[in-house]
Design a protein around this ligand. Structure first.
Ligand code: ZN
Length: 312
């Protein structure tokens, strides 16, 4: 069993404007790194198109329809102050959703131990009926419901180590006993959510707010003392990872001070919990990360640790 890599060329064409940090160059930098010899063992697949049915397990139908109706033939259409679409955005969003659902299929069928989805747009800020923070659809929430409703799983966890809080994921997971969301993120920072007292209706949310300037020590303590024990206790049947790398010391959008090695560490720790809890079944997907070389290096070590765990 190995590690799958799902991606699609259309994810390189989704573009929100030449000034925008969530740029095609991010994905290109990651794919260039994953083209290196040390990643030759990846099982590479083209992301299929997701469906409206997949999206509507989480999002309001009118919202999903409005998004696709407003995809422009040329130029950009703005959905909020910092989220926009060009002509490729609708298809890229469908490939992102399709990548996650196909990765869940493959991992649950035992075709691979784990999978990484190198896709954009990202998803963790997207709310049930609103685009937000560079995100159109909440890819991990859609994957969690796909695993539950199509494959009959009960308990699914998302761990989100993006440097921002995944408000959309938390809000969706908040009232479901069988969905667990754990997040480390800078606070205060965009989007302003993710305080420690936000614990979900069933104590199924675990937030580690990190002060600007926090780094390796605070990050690892937060996982060792809070998120990992809570995740172990929840015992997911599938672990999804919102893999954002904008907590890196070199990232221009935030003031956290994580090093590339911290992403290898947290990946290793998460896979160890998954190994005990669900035979190592993990699907990870790209969220943020805006310094191109830090992003590529961090995503590289993340995928490398997944491959080592899968024996690839
Ligand atoms: Zn982020």
């Amino acid at each position: 069993m190995g590690t799958l890599l799902f991606t699609h060329p259309i994810c390189l064409e989704h573009d929100m404007g030449s000034w925008h940090p969530e740029a095609p160059a991010r994905l290109k930098a990651i794919l260039d790194t994953l083209g290196d010899d040390q990643f030759a063992g990846l099982d590479r697949r083209e992301a299929p198109l997701g469906t409206m049915q997949d999206i509507e397990r989480v999002h309001a139908a009118y919202y999903a329809e409005t998004i696709f109706e407003n995809v422009p033939k040329s130029g950009h259409v703005h959905l909020d102050a910092d989220t926009a679409m060009n002509s490729a955005s609708g298809d890229a969003a469908l490939r992102a959703v399709g990548a996650l659902c196909a990765a869940v299929d493959s991992v649950l069928k035992g075709e691979a131990k784990n999978a990484f989805c190198a896709v954009r747009p990202p998803g963790h800020h997207a709310e049930v009926a609103a685009a937000m923070g560079f995100c159109l659809f909440n890819n991990v929430a859609i994957a969690a419901e796909y695993a539950r409703q199509v494959h009959g799983l009960e308990r699914v966890a998302v761990i989100d180590f993006d440097g921002h809080h995944g408000n959309g994921s938390q809000n969706y997971f908040f009232r479901y006993r069988d969905l667990f969301y754990g997040s480390s993120h800078q606070y205060p920072a965009y989007p302003g959510t993710g305080m420690e007292h936000e614990t979900g209706v069933f104590n199924n949310i675990c937030n580690i707010p990190l002060k600007p300037g926090a780094g390796t020590t605070e990050f690892r303590e937060g996982y060792s003392e809070k998120v990992l024990p809570a995740l172990r206790n929840f015992a997911p049947e599938l672990l999804l990872i919102s893999a954002g790398f904008d907590g890196h010391v070199r990232d221009p959008l935030l003031q956290l001070r994580l090093e590339t090695e911290d992403y290898a560490w947290v990946t290793h720790e998460l896979l160890e919990v998954a190994e005990t809890s669900c035979n190592g079944r993990v699907v990870s997907t790209l969220e943020g990360g805006y310094d191109l070389s830090a992003l590529a290096a961090s995503a590289g070590v993340h995928v490398k640790v997944m491959m080592e765990a899968a024996g690839a």
